[in-house]
Design a protein around this ligand. Structure first.
Ligand code: TYD
Length: 132
């Protein structure tokens, strides 16, 4: 299941410096980085799980609500610059809701983009996790 992890941060008079290092803060090789911005509060995103991909999400600015569902439990996580990172493991259904207009959601991923790794149908997701 996804978890909220503390984000390494060095703060001083000049502001905050946040750090994510492979093998230290990120438990997988970082093969891809992508980010979302300009999302709308009334236009949720996600609504899928991945078969193998592991991801870590950071809300760099603004806020949004992440829904994580491992088939047994559904969890709501409010995300913002100081709330830490959210680990989205393989076979976790995730949705992003309530984006603030200034939200920038950065995602580190363990592999390059592969549409074949997506499960976009919730019923199929329930079947797949039963078969593991
Ligand atoms: P998708 O993962 O479906 O985003 P969301 O679930 O937030 O709506 O991606 C949207 C589109 O972008 C989809 O056509 C796949 C494409 N895409 C890439 O080509 N490369 C990527 O790294 C990602 C994340 C998406």
């Amino acid at each position: 299941m996804g978890v909220l992890l503390p984000l390494k941060k060095i703060s001083d008079d000049r502001g905050h410096l946040c750090i994510l290092e492979e093998g230290r803060d990120v438990p997988f090789p970082i093969k891809r980085v992508y980010y979302m911005y300009g999302a709308r509060p009334d236009m949720p995103r996600g609504f899928h799980a991945h078969k193998k991909l592991r991801q870590m999400a950071v809300c760099v600015t603004g806020s949004c609500r992440m829904v994580l569902d491992d088939g047994k439990m559904r969890q709501d996580v409010m995300m913002g610059p100081s709330t830490g990172t959210v680990m989205i493991d393989a076979r976790v259904w995730h949705e992003m809701h309530d984006f603030s207009p200034d939200c920038v959601l950065l995602v580190l991923a363990s592999d390059v983009y592969d549409e074949a790794d997506y499960i976009r149908d919730y019923e199929q997701f329930k079947q797949e996790i039963k078969n593991v």
